[in-house]
Design a protein around this ligand. Structure first.
Ligand code: MLT
Length: 248
């Protein structure tokens, strides 16, 4: 089994016939996972605010969700803060979601691949589901506005470490190996990172600093928590859903 990391959605890598794990730790993928954990029925990722508004006009029962510059555009029901996604707000609902980078990274994944949404919140569950596909794995970082992002690359390295501990003779690509070395050193086995250490990385990232300055510091604490849920959202045609058993 091969595993590699794509640091940016526009990177020229083969995305066909893989299991693609999309990571936008701050905050789209953490928010999507939280929405499903709170019982939402589906999430429709869309690229633009205009498209999202039009879909809402056509489907008034759907919730219009997302952000630009970190804040909900005018008329949106919810923003992109995971703490807004509770059973009270989203249980049983279908969501339309547009975010600056995360939803674009999802839309950029090849449709003949399995596309899973990963975060620290569901790391172990994503690992299991990805392995069950038997496919080569590509960890797709969303990045920030077309640039490298520390938090996604750090998470991709911890996912790589988890796969490497689990799979014998995992064929790790140079990008993934570089990320692994940079967070774990050359020694293959080191203790797990604590939630506090993950929070520190998120707080030191450029996007983490912007979110904290905009009043979303609680989101950094929230998104750094590990393995709080078993839900693994995946793309089914153009919508994200979860297997029912994951919410029973
Ligand atoms: C994104 O998709 O770029 C992010 O989720 C932005 C945010 O933190 O709201």
């Amino acid at each position: 089994m091969q595993l590699d990391i794509s640091l940016l959605p526009q990177e020229a890598v083969n995305r066909e016939n893989k299991c693609i794990i999309v990571l936008d730790i701050l905050r789209a993928s953490s928010t999507i996972v939280t929405a499903f954990d709170a019982g939402c029925k589906s999430v429709l990722p869309v690229a633009t605010v205009e498209e999202a508004r039009q879909l809402k006009d056509e489907n008034p029962a759907m919730l219009l969700c997302g952000e630009r510059n970190g804040l909900p555009p005018q008329g949106f029901d919810l923003g992109n803060s995971p703490v807004e996604y509770t059973a009270q707000t989203v249980s049983g609902k279908d969501l339309i979601l547009t975010t600056s980078n995360g939803t674009r990274a999802i839309l950029g994944a090849e449709r003949n691949s399995t596309v899973l949404i990963g975060s620290f919140l569901n790391l172990d569950a994503v690992l299991e589901k990805a392995l069950s596909t038997g496919r080569d794995i590509l960890i797709q970082c969303a990045g920030t506005d077309g640039a490298f992002s520390l938090e996604d690359t750090f998470a991709a390295a911890l996912f790589t470490d988890a796969f490497n501990r689990r799979v014998c003779n995992l064929d790790i690509g140079d990008g993934a190996r570089w990320a692994l070395y940079s967070v774990k050193g050359m020694a293959p086995v080191k203790d797990d990172f604590s939630t506090f250490e993950i929070q520190t990385v998120l707080r030191n990232s450029a996007h983490g600093k912007r979110l904290a300055a905009a009043g979303f510091d609680d989101d950094l604490t929230f998104c750094a928590r590990q393995d709080t849920t078993d839900v693994v959202p995946y793309l089914n045609a153009d919508k994200l859903i979860v297997n029912k058993s994951e919410k029973e």
